[in-house]
Design a protein around this ligand. Structure first.
Ligand code: SF4
Length: 450
């Protein structure tokens, strides 16, 4: 079981030297007890104390690394049950299944499609991480070929899934130095698969039916030198899997070491919409690896969006760089729209300007990543900050007119901006969705009138 803060404190030097970045040894001990700081941060701890504190310095959920180089994925090392308590740190790895019963052309085609499942959302690339090759044929040679082909065509790290340790060994050998995640579906072969994982320096996912079964299995695998483990609770329907994932997470965070590993979950629905719903649900609670058949972009986008939203730090607004952005082939008569540097606000405006097909400038004002109304209410989006941003961006050198389009929700700022900047203000639509129609129908009239 994990040690308490006071138990850890007893082992520390108690000099309050602050070298760890905490004001006192007690503060350090309390943070360490919750898994938020590692013992290595204290350079003065003795070897005896280090040994005594070993269990406390290990994170409640083991950090597991899959893949290498640009395909490296780290999962686990989470410290919270609820995101609002601090944040979730390591986004779940999303894997799309490919069966080795397909012929080579079909495997290559599907792997390429998996590799293309990437999108840009609020300025960030979101993508599928793994190609999950399933040894449904039971044949070692087929599995080996499918693994090599899937890795090559997708360009992604691999999850190799088989009921046979020997087949995993062959497929792992086909991906030298790529560190695939090995998954053994037969619990009776877990120890043999652990040897394969150890020999090939790969993480291993094991299946066991329930916490009691893991309590027996994972210490054995740990003693065999395999601690890069991922747990499959064996459930295959939405309700049972959600319950199992939650139970594992709760027990792990309470310090129950046998389940202190990231968990893997599988979607099983045949219906395409349900696949996406299952996938999003498991990502929300608490799969660290999600395996699905969902390969259509319309299925995957909501899944990856859910993941992005859940793993964003809720205490840090997602912001874009505050600056003047030229959208399309702008000229000196292009409209100038102003918004805040909150990502969702900015990209909503940008998307609608693009949809209007009218080149325009968008000035994003530094509001510390807050939205238009929030920034206005906290006095970060006002006549002074907007005018300051206009001056800083030298927008007056870019356009020959002096008209600024402001969001409809802050029409009240019009007079102040006109006084501060000397520009005339046009009140745009309240919602970004109104921008295309506004630019086509109203901007032209006002520009001509000017
Ligand atoms: Fe205490 Fe070690 Fe931190 Fe110094 S570095 S305050 S000795 S825990």
């Amino acid at each position: 079981m994990a040690l308490t803060g006071l138990e850890i404190y007893k082992q520390l030097p108690k000099t309050n030297c602050k070298d760890c970045g905490f004001p006192t040894c007690l503060a350090f001990a309390m943070k360490m007890a919750t898994g938020q700081v590692a013992l290595e941060k204290c350079p003065h701890v003795t070897a005896e104390a280090k040994a005594a504190l070993e269990s406390a310095s290990r994170p409640p959920i083991q950090l597991v690394t899959i893949g290498t180089n640009e395909n490296e994925i780290k999962i686990g090392n989470e410290t919270q049950l609820y995101r609002h308590e601090e944040r979730f740190h390591r986004p779940a790895a999303v894997a799309v299944r490919i069966s080795d019963t397909l012929d080579e052309a079909a495997i290559a085609k599907r792997a390429e499609a998996v590799g293309r499942l990437a999108f840009e959302r609020v300025g960030t690339k979101i993508k599928v991480n793994l190609v999950a090759v399933c040894n449904e044929s039971g044949d070692a040679a087929r599995f080996e070929k499918a693994a090599a082909l899937s890795a090559e065509k997708s360009g992604l790290a691999c999850l190799l899934m088989s009921a046979t340790a020997g087949n995993l060994e062959k497929a792992a050998a086909a991906l030298p130095a790529k560190r695939p995640l090995l998954y053994i579906s037969d619990p009776l072969q877990a120890e043999a698969a652990a040897k394969v994982a150890k020999d090939n320096d790969c993480p291993l996912a094991v299946r066991a039916d329930g916490v009691e079964a893991f309590a027996e299995l994972t210490p054995k695998l740990g003693s065999a030198g395999v601690d890069q483990l991922v747990l499959d609770p064996g459930t295959r329907d939405l309700k049972s899997t959600l319950e199992a994932l939650t139970l594992i997470r709760r027990l792990a965070l309470k310090g129950f070491r046998p389940v202190g590993y990231p968990a893997i979950a599988f979607t099983t629905a045949k219906d395409l919409t349900m696949q996406a719903i299952e996938a999003s649900t498991f990502i929300a609670k608490y799969a660290a690896v999600l395996v699905t058949d969902a390969i259509e972009p319309w299925q995957m986008l909501p899944v990856l969006t859910t993941r992005q939203d859940i793993y964003i730090d809720p205490q840090k607004p997602v912001a874009v760089e505050p600056k003047l952005n030229a959208i399309g082939e702008v000229t000196d008569s292009s409209p100038v729209l102003v918004t805040t540097n909150f990502s969702l606000s900015y990209y909503s405006v940008e998307g609608e300007v693009e949809a209007s097909r009218m080149p325009a400038y968008i000035l994003s004002v530094d509001t510390e990543g807050t939205s238009v109304l929030t920034a206005w209410a906290s006095d970060k989006f006002n006549a002074e900050t907007i005018t300051e941003a206009m001056k800083k961006s030298a927008v007056e050198e870019k356009v020959s007119h002096r008209q600024l389009v402001i969001p409809g929700f802050v029409a009240v700022l019009s007079a102040g901006i006109e006084d501060e900047s000397g520009w005339s203000v046009q009140v745009g639509p309240k919602e970004a969705s109104g921008i295309p129609s506004y630019l086509k129908k109203q901007w032209k009239v006002q520009d001509t009138a000017n």
